[in-house]
Write a protein that binds this ligand. Structure first.
Ligand SMILES: Cc1cc2nc3c(=O)[nH]c(=O)nc-3n(C[C@H](O)[C@H](O)[C@H](O)COP(=O)(O)OP(=O)(O)OC[C@H]3O[C@@H](n4cnc5c(N)ncnc54)[C@H](O)[C@@H]3O)c2cc1C
Length: 440
């Protein structure tokens, strides 16, 4: 069917990623003739890498609280009109079965290639002409029509939907990106930062590299004072959400020069923005290496006493215990060595008379291990981009407030979510939304 469409369509879409394919399927299902221009050889390549190859495509907890944006009110309207169920139905109606893992939705096959295959198969069944391996180098609005040009051809449409994503993940390397195209219609683009990525830390006096490869259930806290958005002197661009700062829990993964894992990823965008926002020397975070207890002083004390009691029952006096024996059943040995060095307590010498205080000191340290973040992984290693075209410059149907008939969707907008299917949800939801409303 695609062949019948020459270079002039009802709806012209730039970018065949998650949002562009969703927009094309929706518009074409409503009877529109669609041209979908994609700069890479294969549409939807990034989808294959999502969710570690399983594609976490949405989440039952989708709400503005899971996202960072300049316009939470507009985002709320979009997410209310296009909630989790609507994205799931979009896929189910095309033949894809999904399953729910504690609120995180994946294809039943647990393979991202099934998601991509379904999208591509449906596109082939609809009046959509896919022009792949052609970078859109410029866009314009001419006499009631939109025009997109590639190195050898111009394409026209009554409506134009920009779905160009970001440079996150290192997939888009060409000079002209979606931000440039949006700017040619006078749209404003915020500063851009990597988000959902690992941090590089100051190794300090201890042997940080020795922790490489360790995975531990824990948490991170980035205090308000370390974050650009919470510093009164730097305020103005971002919304204050939690005056205490950011805290996330989950599996921490130590690397030779930094730290990774879901909790680190979740705070990544805010940390990257802070590093770039003039806080280079003071982006500090705290690791929680013992999430089974709270950081209340009393609870830490009680935990130490309870453990001492266990050893007493074995006939071992507290003063005869070494940190190695006392904590050996809690942490990986390398973590204990690290904590003991930081605390200035010998790992192998008996506690002696101040056993309780020494045990508490190490426990307290493990609840708030201070690290200094010197940099983060760059945009090519990040899962998403923080920042983009201001969301306040589109309405709740994704239509530009600057140019009638122009729509913007997905990650190229200033909307980024935490890990858990939120980013693909927004890409699909905004694409379906634009595809439904780009009527002509
Ligand atoms: C490793 C990795 C894992 C991820 N895992 C998850 C996950 O499990 N769950 C989740 O919710 N999110 C995940 N994400 C994020 C998610 O993939 C993105 O947020 C989402 O794909 C954005 O969709 P999009 O359509 O806006 O942009 P994209 O999917 O990036 O698509 C944009 C398309 O536009 C094309 N394009 C750009 N500029 C031009 C141009 N000038 N001319 C022609 N074509 C152009 C690009 O080639 C691309 O195909 C992950 C990301 C990465 C990198």
């Amino acid at each position: 069917m695609g062949k019948e469409i020459k270079n002039d369509a009802d709806v012209l879409i730039i970018g065949a990623g998650a949002s562009g394919m969703a927009a094309a399927i929706t518009a074409a299902s409503a009877g529109k003739r669609v041209i979908l221009i994609e700069g890479s050889k294969e549409p939807g390549k990034k989808i294959l890498a999502t969710g570690n190859g399983r594609c976490n495509l949405t989440n039952e907890k989708v709400s503005p609280a899971a996202y960072h944006t300049d316009d939470p009110r507009c985002l709320q309207k979009i997410l209310e009109a296009y909630p989790t169920d609507k994205v799931i139905s979009f896929f189910e109606n095309m033949g894809l079965e999904v399953h729910d893992r504690n609120g995180y939705y994946y294809p039943l096959s647990d393979q991202s290639q099934t998601v991509l295959k379904i999208l591509k198969t449906r596109l082939a069944e609809l009046p959509v002409k896919i022009v792949s391996d052609k970078v859109c180098e410029g866009v314009a609005s001419l006499q009631g029509k939109f025009m997109a040009h590639t190195y050898d051809q111009d394409y026209y449409g009554k409506r134009l939907i920009l779905c160009c994503g970001s440079r996150a993940g290192g997939y888009w390397k060409h000079r002209v990106d979606g931000y440039e195209l949006a700017k040619s219609f006078s749209h404003q683009v915020t500063d851009l930062y990597p988000a959902l990525m690992k941090w590089n830390v100051d190794p300090g006096k201890e042997d940080w590299a020795s922790l490489k490869g360790i995975r531990i259930n824990g948490g991170v806290r980035v205090p308000a004072g370390s974050l650009k958005e919470y510093r009164p002197e730097l305020e103005g661009t971002e919304t204050v959400r939690d005056p205490k700062g950011l805290s996330f829990t989950g599996e921490l993964q130590f690397t030779a020069d930094g730290i990774s894992g879901i909790p680190v990823f979740q705070a990544g965008g805010a940390v990257a923005a802070s590093l770039d926002g003039g806080l280079k020397e003071d982006v500090t975070a705290y690791l929680d290496l013992l999430p089974v207890i709270s950081d209340e002083e009393l609870e830490i004390k009680q935990y130490a006493i309870t453990r001492m009691g266990r050893f007493l029952a074995l006939g071992i006096k507290p003063e005869d215990l070494t940190p190695e024996r006392f904590f050996g059943g809690i942490w990986n040995k390398k973590i204990l060595t690290f904590l003991c060095v930081r605390a200035g307590i010998s790992e192998t010498e008996a506690f002696g008379v101040d056993a309780e205080e020494k045990a508490e000191k190490i426990l307290k340290l493990s609840k708030a291990l201070k690290i200094r973040i010197v940099s983060t992984a760059g945009i090519h290693e990040a899962q998403v981009c923080r920042g983009g075209v201001l969301l306040s410059e589109v309405d709740e149907h994704m239509e530009s407030r600057r140019v009638k008939g122009l729509y913007l969707c997905g990650e190229m907008l200033n909307v980024d979510g935490i890990c858990g299917g939120y980013n693909l949800h927004f890409a699909f939801a905004s694409g379906i939304n634009a595809g439904e409303h780009a009527v002509c």
